[in-house]
Design a protein around this ligand. Structure first.
Ligand SMILES: O=C1O[C@H](COP(=O)(O)O)[C@@H](O)[C@H](O)[C@H]1O
Length: 227
């Protein structure tokens, strides 16, 4: 059963979640000498990123990457890297190491090998993975109707990253796979709004991709929500 943390408003959620993630990173730095964090993009995490960027941590011992990235230039308004650079890699967290998931290849499939090679420097397993969820029930870049969805969410898969060409959203993607996320020290699902809460409630019945996280018991995700 997933642990649920509900807050009365988004600023309270952002503050509490940022403090919680910082505690997790600090614990891994104490035990492993370094920590790693994969964060999602989209609109939800902006306030949490700002709060996390101000946490007191030895950030030079923290490696940050993305759970998923859209195959757009890093200065595009749709770039998850841009969101992270402008909101998380600021203040104290400017000292963190960042590994982006966008390369120079013409498309995501052609860039997959080069981007995967970058993860050689990422401390694995991840200390913490922070997932979001879209209105179509996707998480990471595991999109409903994508032709390779089952491959991306196969718990026995061996790849860290895969590509996705969504039917329900723009841009090709590179994304962490389900087994790479399940190996994380902690999995957090960060969502806001009544609509997303309702989508989550019917995820299993509708077989939304987020159910690959909420229905598994090997590493239960905690759910962090505010209206
Ligand atoms: O496309 C994406 O969408 C999801 C959800 O985004 P939001 O705007 O509804 O918060 C996000 O988790 C994912 O990282 C992103 O690539």
């Amino acid at each position: 059963m997933s642990k649920q943390h509900s807050f009365s408003d988004r600023p309270a959620l952002d503050t509490a979640l940022a403090a919680h993630i910082a505690e997790r990173l600090a614990a891994d730095i104490a035990s492993r000498g370094k920590a790693s964090l994969a964060v999602s993009g989209g609109s939800t995490p902006q306030g949490m990123f700002a709060a996390l960027s101000r946490q007191h941590l030895p950030w030079d011992q923290v490696w940050i990457t993305l759970v998923d990235e859209r195959w757009v230039d890093a200065d595009s308004p749709d770039s998850n890297e841009k969101l992270v650079r402008e909101n998380l890699l600021q203040n104290a967290a400017a000292e963190a190491h960042f590994i982006g998931l966008k390369g120079n290849a013409a498309d995501a499939a052609a860039g997959l090998q080069e981007v995967t090679a970058r993860l050689d420097e990422l401390p694995l397993p991840l200390s913490c993975a922070v997932l979001g969820m879209g209105g179509d029930g996707h998480t990471a870049s595991w999109f409903p109707q994508a032709s390779n969805l089952q491959q991306l969410i196969d718990p026995r898969g061996e790849a860290l990253l895969g590509c996705c060409d969504p039917v329900t959203a723009p841009h090709q993607r590179i994304t962490f796979t389900l087994p790479a996320i399940l190996a994380a020290g902690e999995i957090i699902l960060h969502i806001t709004g009544e609509e997303k809460r309702a989508i989550l409630a019917e995820a299993s019945e509708k077989r939304y991709p987020i159910a690959a996280i909420t229905e598994q018991q090997s590493n239960p995700a905690s759910i962090w929500w505010a209206p």
